[in-house]
Design a protein around this ligand. Sequence first.
Ligand SMILES: CC(C)(COP(=O)(O)OP(=O)(O)OC[C@H]1O[C@@H](n2cnc3c(N)ncnc32)[C@H](O)[C@@H]1OP(=O)(O)O)[C@@H](O)C(=O)NCCC(=O)NCCS
Length: 236
Amino acid sequence: MTIKMSSWQYPTDFPQLLSGQVHLWRFSLDALPVTYENLRALLSADELARADRLLDPLKCHNFTIARGHLRRLLANYLDLAPEEIDFSYNVSGKPFVATKNSSGLTFNLSHSGSRAILAVAMNAEVGVDIEKVDFDLNFHLLAARYFSPMEFVALKGFSTIRQRRQFYRIWTCKEAVLKMIGSGFSSPEPVGTVSQNCCVINTFFAVNYVSAVVIDRKITAILKFNLSPDEGISPR
Ligand SMILES: CC(C)(COP(=O)(O)OP(=O)(O)OC[C@H]1O[C@@H](n2cnc3c(N)ncnc32)[C@H](O)[C@@H]1OP(=O)(O)O)[C@@H](O)C(=O)NCCC(=O)NCCS
């Protein structure tokens, strides 16, 4: 079955998540001070404590912005106030919605550089990863360490000029698989070993970024939305 993939779009109304769909939201972690404060005000006490434990101010900023946007977006799907959402975490730290009557809503978030992506699905495990391309990265070393022999051969099959991007394509798929499973990262499985029912998809994110989304069932569509840089995202 072919999967319909939209281009990145600004929704006019908040989109309804239908069965068999994955929604991807793309947003910047840059924010005006007023936006930062408004998003920070949505965080729970434990999230604020976690943000404050991050000694690197940029990490603290990015966590706060991402968590604030996450709350605002999920609130629209759940028809709740952002502050009303409860998160729980599995043993490896994967967050999920613990609020009662959350209608099977699942999500996964990834950030890299100054950008973030959120994947939202229904009654399915989902994993997402983005990476900003690092043109100084010695990707051959990482590939030799983490890629399966088949993945390594596939990488080498590309021309030198294309190998870096292909490395990131495989890497993000592997990370997204691990994040879908949510079970920790000590032994990254080859992407080829995931169940036949999983969809593993690289999707264009932005210039010099590579992203992948993985979902543990067959889907019909991936709809991609931009989050407005201002705060006007509460269409409901
Ligand atoms: C947890 C881990 C996956 C985060 O990866 P990352 O690329 O640094 O970060 P990302 O931005 O993609 O994802 C972070 C988000 O994923 C979610 N997350 C946290 N733990 C998770 C888990 N166990 N499973 C799935 N999602 C998880 C959170 O929402 C987190 O955001 P937050 O920190 O704002 O709460 C990372 O710690 C890790 O172990 N990576 C594996 C590295 C590796 O060995 N790769 C091998 C080659 S594939």
